[in-house]
Design a protein around this ligand. Sequence first.
Ligand code: ADP
Length: 519
Amino acid sequence: MINNALELLKKYYGFESFRNGQEEVIHNILTHKDVLAIMPTGGGKSICYQIPAMMMEGTTIVISPLISLMKDQVDTLKQLNIPSAFINSSLSLSELRRIIHEAENNKYKLIYVAPERLENENFIELIKNIKISMIAVDEAHCVSQWGHDFRPSYLKIKNLRGSGQNLIISSFTATATPSVKEDIINLIGLKNHFEITTGFDRENLTFNVLRADKKLSYILKYVEENKNKQGIIYCLTRKATEEVCNKLVSSGFNAVKYHAGLSDMERNKNQDEFLYDNANIIVATNAFGMGIDKSDIRYVIHYNMPKNIESYYQEAGRAGRDGEPADCILLFSPSDIVMNNFLIENSGESLDKSKEYEKLREMINYCNTDKCLRKFVISYFDKSYDKENCNNCSNCLSDIESTDITVEAQKILSCIYRTGQRFGMNLVIDVLKGSNNAKIKSLNFNTLSTYGIMKEYSRETLNELISYLVSDGYINITGDKYPTLNILPSGFFTLKGKQKVIIKKVISKKTDKNHDKSA
Ligand code: ADP
């Protein structure tokens, strides 16, 4: 059976052998088992369902979250002579009728649909009337609130089991923290399934976190040094996307932009410019990239820290899909924490915000760690990862002095909390130092448990510590005339002992890449 699959791999795709995991997944689908395959971006998930779809009797329904990409995928399949179609809102009524008619006549091996289509009764009827070989769920993490692109319609997939046919469901994702995995299994309703994780390690990627004050200057220098290479620059907001792209274009670089505020036409045009190598750089929000099959991207720079490690790894993982070396660079500044907190706070009601804050905290920890970045990120997904330091990330290649100031931070935050978040820096320092001044006494602050709790510290040191907490997004200063210190979510996590505060200083860069830090 698997030999036939290999034949198809050669005949249709022109590849000589299967990649890690593909063969096992295909084999299990062909023996009629549900599957959960966790493979990194670029790992080759599509082939895992396309080949069995060709080999099984009937039609495979592929649930895929992005309309814009379905067309690309189906065009590619058509070029390979694999009968396929997509059904989504971009079709005219007559096209839709034609495709439904042909589907009823079992013309297609694969039909791609957006999850929202599962809310449409006509479509559910159609599924009942044709022979379905499999439901393949792409980007399966979208079913979970723990994933980074929650799509409520994914919850409808489970109902397809009730359509009377003995369906198998194969599900694919690059994201699988244990909670996402559990959600995929339960919410999609996998039964007695075969599960495979092919490992998240992408050895050709180099990870870097840089604390850059002047991010734009860094980017200009980097793209100048990597002029002929193709890269993505991700920004957190449309505004930043515009700014960075404009700066690159005015500096003579061939850059295009991509965000949800552009018209469909402009977005598609810019995407094509990049995909077909007319533009070297695409500056984009996270709206760009899901499912993009461009293998020679040599760098992914994050102009801002993303909201969680799942998003980061998926976006960064778009670099180097061809297996050749590629850079993943995250430019971190404390204002990114403030912005992400703001975005979570103002996100819709449907999101479980405490989960989002927790994931943001892990992302901040990634930016603050002095440990091997590769190890940090891979262990986040795979707790059993136990390889040595990579000796290739920005932490492994620098001597970093880290100072843990969590206890000091907790004392300061607690003092701000106990004084009601109504006062400025000077008064908070007075209380921490146990000052005798009249104001403190009149407010009864000399009775607080935090009164004098840091009396051995100089005012300058306390000032520095508080400024650090402000610049790193633990405390906010509000009010112009009487600036007051307020505690931000990261600060509350620190108070509860859930987030450490580490000051990190790069002392020197190691030049020898093979130098072992632990030696
Ligand atoms: P994913 O969906 O896992 O991100 P894709 O299915 O888009 O990845 O595949 C990524 C790239 O790898 C594509 O260009 C695809 O053609 C290529 N690829 C997939 N399987 C193989 C294989 N067995 N041998 C060589 N290249 C492959």
